[in-house]
Design a protein around this ligand. Structure first.
Ligand code: SF4
Length: 445
């Protein structure tokens, strides 16, 4: 168990200088006890106190980093069991298997496919994190060649999957400077694997069958001097994997059980891609730090990344777009003007449908604190006077020569008041964004 705030306070310098952020040493001690501050931010802690407080100040789940440059991957550093208590911080890393038993041409094609897995949704970029080269051939030379082929065709951070230390050593000659994840140390090979991982400062997957064996092995690896770890409990059944993931997270967060204070890794094993994505979504929902998949098809991967994004956004801060007059296509003074809110999902749904109309249009997104149309209206954040004010602010009068607005069908009740407040004609659009194409066809073509 961690120390209480008062126990931590006794060991602090008690200067109350505020250099750490909180105004007093006591406030800092309380923040440390709750895992919401880092001991390093106090420059005056003695070495003795630092050693004593190390366990109290360490996050319940360690931050583990792989990769270099633009491809650094951060895992772990989580403090919550339930998202609504605060938020989750480091989204589940997603990687894809490439077998070294494939032909050179197939390895190259797979690596390029993984390199190409980037998406944009609700104004955010999605990336994938790992390409996991698997030593299915059992041959160290083939493994090294496959790793080299993959590295030549994608900048995605490599993961080296082999329990043969000689194969890992050979592969590290090729990609050791990319800080790959080494997967995995077991009871039989951990001494050599720790030596290799420490030599290149790489994160190391620690794998054992069952939680008890895993905890014991983690302690051995830590004693051997490596702490950048990722945990694999060796389960293959979905329900048992979920049970292990939950148990590890619970023990790390609630009991501060150090052997489980690292991110976890799981490998999907469903053959049907849709079943595989369902399995992966279950693991993302239940604390997996890293997931390695077989399917590399964009249509399969996108729903998983969307799910991940939804889970890892801050529940107290809706995703928003800027309040402004957006242009869709080559607009001119005759372009239609649609009004919506600045809730990202609403805005991008409307934008996508307007793009489909092929009619260049303006969209005015009104700041409603990132809430949807009906929620904003119910909360008094989407009223005629406010919309008229925003229209003035963005200079809508000068952008178009007509005086016609389209409002969402759900707030048809605003029509009269908005006409009065703005002096513009107001047309009531469809309730759902999916009705925009038909609406535009009947009004503008
Ligand atoms: Fe106390 Fe250190 Fe914070 Fe100063 S920086 S208030 S000494 S904990």
């Amino acid at each position: 168990m961690g120390l209480t705030g008062l126990e931590i306070y006794k060991q602090l310098p008690k200067k109350n200088c505020g250099e750490c952020g909180p105004p007093t040493c006591l406030a800092f001690a309380m923040a440390l006890a709750n895992g919401k501050a880092q001991l390093d931010t106090c420059p005056y802690v003695s070495d003795e106190a630092r050693a004593n407080l190390e366990s109290a100040s360490a996050p319940p789940i360690a931050l583990v980093k792989a990769g270099v440059g633009d491809n650094v991957v951060e895992m772990g550093d989580e403090t919550e069991l339930f998202r609504h208590d605060k938020k989750y911080y480091h989204e589940t890393s997603v990687g894809f298997k490439v077998s070294d038993a494939l032909s050179a041409a197939d390895i190259e094609a797979k690596a390029k496919e993984i390199e190409d897995l980037t998406f944009e949704r609700v104004g955010m970029q999605y990336k994938v994190q790992f390409v996991a080269v698997v030593n299915e051939s059992g041959d160290a030379g083939k493994f090294k060649d496959a790793v080299a082929k993959v590295a030549a065709n994608t900048a995605v951070t490599p993961m080296l999957v082999s329990e043969d230390a000689a194969a890992i050593e050979a592969a590290l000659e090729v990609v050791g400077d990319k800080k790959p994840v080494i997967c995995a140390a077991t009871g039989d090979n951990y001494e050599k694997m720790v030596e290799l991982a420490k030599g290149k400062e790489c994160p190391l997957v620690v794998k054992a069958e069952g939680l008890e064996a895993l905890a014991e092995l983690v302690e051995k690896v830590v004693t051997a001097g490596h702490k950048q770890l990722i945990l694999d409990s060796g389960q293959t059944q979905t329900s048992k994997t979920v049970a292990d993931l939950v148990q590890m997270r619970r023990q790390a967060i609630k009991k501060k059980f150090r052997p489980f204070g690292y991110p976890s890794i799981v490998f999907t094993n469903e053959e049907d891609p849709l079943a595989e994505i369902s399995q992966a979504i279950t693991y993302v929902s239940k604390y997996a730090g890293v997931i390695i998949l077989n399917t590399t098809k964009k249509a399969h991967v996108l729903p998983l990344l969307s799910w991940r994004q939804n889970l890892y956004t801050d529940p107290q801060v809706p995703i928003q777009v800027e309040q402004k007059l957006h242009e869709v296509g080559e607009v001119d003074e005759n372009s239609p003007v649609y009004i919506t809110t600045n809730f990202s999902l609403t805005y991008y749904s409307v934008q996508g449908e307007i793009e489909s109309t092929k009619i260049p249009s303006y969209i005015l997104s009104v700041d409603t604190d990132g809430t949807s149309v009906l929620t904003a209206y119910a909360a008094g954040k989407y009223e005629a006077e406010k919309i008229a004010e925003v229209m003035k602010k963005v200079g809508l009068d000068d952008k178009v020569k007509h005086r016609d607005l389209i409002i969402p069908g759900y707030v048809a009740v605003l029509k009269g008041k908005l006409e009065e407040a703005s002096g513009w004609n107001v047309a009531v659009g469809p309730r759902e964004a999916s009705g925009i194409v038909a609406f535009a066809k009947s009004h503008f073509s």
